[in-house]
Structures are given as C-alpha cells and as structure tokens.
Write a protein that binds this ligand. Structure first.
Ligand SMILES: [Zn+2]
Length: 131
C-alpha cells in the first residue's frame, strides 16, 4: 500500500501541504497550475519559468454549493470556492465546513480519497476555514 498525491506534479504531501506553481524569471508573474508553454503575461518561453512552492493558504473570493455531480466522491453537498492564494494565483478547490463565506481565510489540508484495488490511497488537497 502506498499513499500518493492524486496530482503529484501539482502538490507536495507535506504538512502543511505545498502547491507547486511557477514564476516567470523575466516578469515575476506567479502562476498555478504550471504552464508548459510559457508565461501568459510577457510571452516568455517555458525555459524562463522556475518552479515555486506556494502556501496552501488564502481568502475565499466566491463560493458555490454542489448538490449533484457525476462522480461518487466527494459526496454531495459540498462547497467549491474560488480562492485567492497568498502567493498570488487564484484557484478553485473544495472547502470543508458550513461556515464558508466570501472573505473568509482558508488553509489547505490533505484528504485521503478512496483506495484503489491494490489498496493504494490517493490524497488530494482541500481547504478548510482557518479558526
Ligand atoms: Zn513573464
């Protein structure tokens, strides 16, 4: 049995978790997810992008509650938020809890998902309200 990130190129399984972004060495733009083609802002090629560890912390910009979707996991209802990360990029992620609202501070947590047939456990990033 192993424990692995569902998206290993986007996430480090550390405590607290680290989101793997990149920064343009020419214009300093920080982005997530990493773009294999180059910088969206200045047009610099991918060779001018460097990996950057981003803190999984931020502020909720918008929320939506999902009541129905086509996968068995996560179970409904759940809340998806648009989050302004402290490092700059904006991401969408599931936020646990009922007290989620616009302007609330959130932090990343690793959540174990269902195991596959070999017992390997997938881990994914979710957010929770900072208390
Ligand atoms: Zn750039």
């Amino acid at each position: 049995m192993t424990i692995q990130a569902r998206h290993p190129r986007l996430l480090k399984l550390t405590d607290p978790p680290i989101i793997l972004g990149h920064r343009c060495t020419r214009c300093r733009r920080v982005a997530f997810p990493p773009d294999p083609y180059g910088c969206e802002k200045c047009g610099s090629s991918w060779e001018n992008l460097e990996g950057l560890d981003l803190e999984a912390r931020g502020t909720v910009r918008a929320i939506a509650t999902v009541h129905r979707h086509h996968h068995p996991s996560p179970s409904t209802p759940f809340t998806v938020a648009v989050i302004d990360l402290v490092g700059g990029p904006v991401i969408k992620a599931i936020v646990a809890g009922v007290e989620v609202g616009v302007g609330v501070a959130v932090e990343g947590v690793l959540v174990e998902d269902v195991a596959d047939a070999d017992g390997n456990i997938m881990v994914d990033l979710q957010f929770q309200v900072v208390t």
